[in-house]
Design a protein around this ligand. Structure first.
Ligand code: HPA
Length: 250
């Protein structure tokens, strides 16, 4: 069953016919929201709102471990994450991007299920953080849906909740990051730890600090407008992606 993690602007999915909802208890505490189980295009799907259904959980307070653990525990076999990002290079507000790499700049988050104690030490392979097969299905679905989806991007994950300084974005660009967002890590790595194929659909909602029309500052009003249109595209794309996901594998 495909899991969808909805980000800012996607706290509910209109095409999801909800059969039931469940608040899952986990060894890591409470997930951000109840899991919604239902169907899209006749396929079982489970949905979680990363920031809570009322959008009250900020990026640095999201219990990423509880969210990912709950999805796996209730039968998810792959995860499609939806997130809004700032564009650093080569993309513009309104673009939909499927990143292929990431750089982790976050601090102070619980980053692993393998935390010592009585657990054995595990080092996951993370060379390719986004699962290639799942990415390929997203790209194929986008072309069928007639939705423009940028193939590839380097997601720079920051802690937030503040936006970046222009100098921080300059440094990230020198590092090779093309997108900046606050929720990609540790979510992506935690999915890998639980052997869940994972891909991210990123909606560019603003030029990153110091870039383009954010040269003098990032406008929140602008973000809200672009976000709504971008999530419309995401919804249309999900309706095409879901039927291509096998019930048991990516
Ligand atoms: N920076 C970090 N996270 C973001 C941004 C940004 O500019 N836009 C949306 N999420």
């Amino acid at each position: 069953m495909l899991a969808i993690i909805g980000g800012t602007g996607l706290t509910r999915l209109s095409s999801l016919a909800v059969a039931h909802r469940e608040m899952v208890r986990t060894p890591y505490g409470e997930p951000s929201s109840a899991l919604l189980f239902g169907q899209i295009a006749g396929r079982d799907v489970v949905f979680i709102a990363r920031h809570g259904h009322g959008h009250t959980v900020p990026p640095h307070r999201v219990n990423y471990r509880a969210n990912v653990w709950a999805l796996k525990n209730r039968g998810a076999t792959a995860v499609l994450a939806v997130a809004s990002v700032g564009g650093i290079r080569g993309v513009d507000p309104g673009d939909l991007v499927l990143p292929h790499q990431l750089i982790d700049y976050t601090q102070g988050r619980e980053t692993s299920f393998f935390d010592g104690g009585d657990r054995h030490v595990v080092h996951i392979d993370f060379t390719h953080p986004y699962t290639p097969e799942l990415r390929a299905k997203c790209l194929a679905a986008a072309s069928r849906a007639g939705t423009a989806l940028v193939d590839g991007g380097v997601y720079g994950a920051v802690s937030g909740p503040r936006l970046e300084t222009a100098a921080e974005i300059d440094r990230m660009e020198r590092d090779g990051a093309t997108l900046v967002g606050m929720t990609g890590m540790p979510e992506t790595a935690l999915a890998r730890e639980l052997e869940l194929p994972y891909a991210a659909l990123c909606v560019v909602v603003n030029h990153a600090a110091g870039r383009g029309d954010s040269a003098v500052g990032v406008s929140m009003d602008g973000i809200v407008r672009v976000l709504e249109a971008g999530m419309g595209k995401v919804r249309a794309l999900l309706d095409h992606v879901v039927p291509t996901i096998d019930r048991s594998a990516p």
